[in-house]
Design a protein around this ligand. Structure first.
Ligand SMILES: C[S@@+](CC[C@H](N)C(=O)[O-])C[C@H]1O[C@@H](n2cnc3c(N)ncnc32)[C@H](O)[C@@H]1O
Length: 218
């Protein structure tokens, strides 16, 4: 199957970065090139992730939500619209500048932060945590650490929703790299309970042919 043409800049910059031993530096380069009109960010679309929009989330009612790897802020804004008090972070400063400029009147607290070195006060600090499409863009050497970090943000009584690639097309070496079922189960590592795991087919959505949607609680 031919690669989605929008993935070309991702794979070019990721390959360069990984060859230099830098697992995440390509994200900033991609957003900066896109800002300057020299690249395309395939996930920079206006609507929130479909498998978040179609998930039956209760109204946020002021509950604290944390969005991991928020990119342009599409999912963070969706949660804010449901009534959550949202903090959203990304390792790329250019992504955070993009999110702020796209949503100038937003109530979301956008921050530059690294999932692998998060602020200590975020631990067990959120009623709802969203991890959507980020771990699938990380190489093997940091994936287990990234997965383990995500669950630590969930407060007592809180929930974690994980959206991730289960199967990608076979046209390139990634990213994205699909998550195995064992990797999905590993989001429970910080003492979370796995409530549900779904496999959702998405044959018409570019390189992601099938996706995980998994819910955890503490
Ligand atoms: C594939 S994109 C998905 C973006 C967003 N979740 C969405 O679906 O639109 C992965 C995002 O994770 C961010 N990211 C990668 N590594 C990160 C890290 N260690 N800490 C925080 N954000 C990270 C990237 O900058 C990028 O915006």
């Amino acid at each position: 199957m031919a690669a989605d043409p929008r993935i070309g800049d991702v794979r070019r910059l990721a390959a360069e970065s990984l060859a230099d031993g830098d697992a995440t530096g390509w994200f900033e380069r991609l957003y900066a090139e896109a800002r300057d009109g020299r690249a395309t960010v395939p996930w920079d679309v206006p609507s929130a992730s479909v498998n978040l929009r179609e998930f039956a989330l209760a109204g946020g009612d002021g509950q604290r939500a944390l969005v991991v790897g928020c990119g342009n802020g599409r999912d963070a804004e969706h949660l804010a619209g449901l009534g959550y008090a949202v903090t959203a972070f990304d390792i790329s400063g250019t992504a955070i500048a993009l999110a702020r400029s796209r949503h100038p009147r937003s109530a979301v607290d956008y921050r530059v932060a690294d999932l692998l070195e998060p602020p200590a006060e975020w631990r067990r600090g959120y009623d709802f945590v969203l991890e959507s499409n980020n771990v699938q863009a990380l190489p093997a050497e940091i994936r287990a650490r990234a997965i383990a970090e995500v669950g630590t943000f969930v407060a007592a009584g809180g929930t974690l929703l994980v959206l991730a690639a289960a199967v990608t097309d076979s046209s390139g070496d990634g990213p994205p790299w699909p998550l195995t079922r064992a990797e999905i189960d590993a989001f429970a590592a910080s003492g979370l309970r796995q409530e549900s795991v779904e496999r959702l087919e998405s044959p018409n959505s570019g390189v992601l042919l099938s996706r995980w949607r998994a819910l955890f609680s503490r």
